[in-house]
Every structure is written in structure tokens, then in C-alpha cells.
Design a protein. Sequence first.
Length: 130
Amino acid sequence: MSDTPTRNAERYGGPIVSPRAARILAVVVGAVFLVGVVVVGLWSADSPVKATLITYEHVDDSTMEVSFQVTMRPGTEASCTVQALNEARAQIGFVEVPIPAQTERQSVHRATISTQGDSVSAEVVGCLER
């Protein structure tokens, strides 16, 4: 039975990489993956302004009211893009909402979007610090 690995190696060829090289390669790939996860985590956590949709309401066939919460450092000004979407998730209206400097970290804002068609939902596309 101890002869079997030798016969298999003669018949099919040996491994492409040695077991030691495979372990080293696995450790290197794992380390690179871990560094990538940390970098992406730090990059996303560093975003200075974040917005969360609270509610949206259909006022009439061409108007939608949207409420959203903005989280940013006190004293910072920002601008948020809010859009209304139709059933096909196509944008049918949007508005840029200036966010003045606040004294609190979180604040709630309201936007009115004029739409070109029936809107079924809304979303905050993003916010940028000014």
C-alpha cells in the first residue's frame, strides 16, 4: 500500500505545487483578502455624510414628498440628491437638497419632488459634503 502514491505519481504526474508552497500561498491570499476587507471597511466608514430614507408620500400625480435623515458632523454643510422612481425603477424626478450646517449630528429634512409621471417610490441617491 505504501507503494500506491509513488505509482500514482509515476502514472499521473506529481502535484503542481508542493504542499508547503500551497500552505504559503493560502496564507498570502488570506492576508491580502483581510487587508482588502479592512481597506473597504475604513473607506466606507470614512464617508462624512450619510442619508437614510424615512418616508415618501404621493401628494398628487406630479408631486412626491420625501423625508430623510442626514448624519454628518455638526457645523458641516452638505447637498443631497433625492429621486422619485416609477414602476420600472426609472427616475422620473429628482431634486438637490441643500443641507445647512446643523448643531446636532443627525437631522431630518423634507423635500418636494416634481415628477413626470406616476411615481411609486423614492430614494436618497447620496449626499456630498460642501
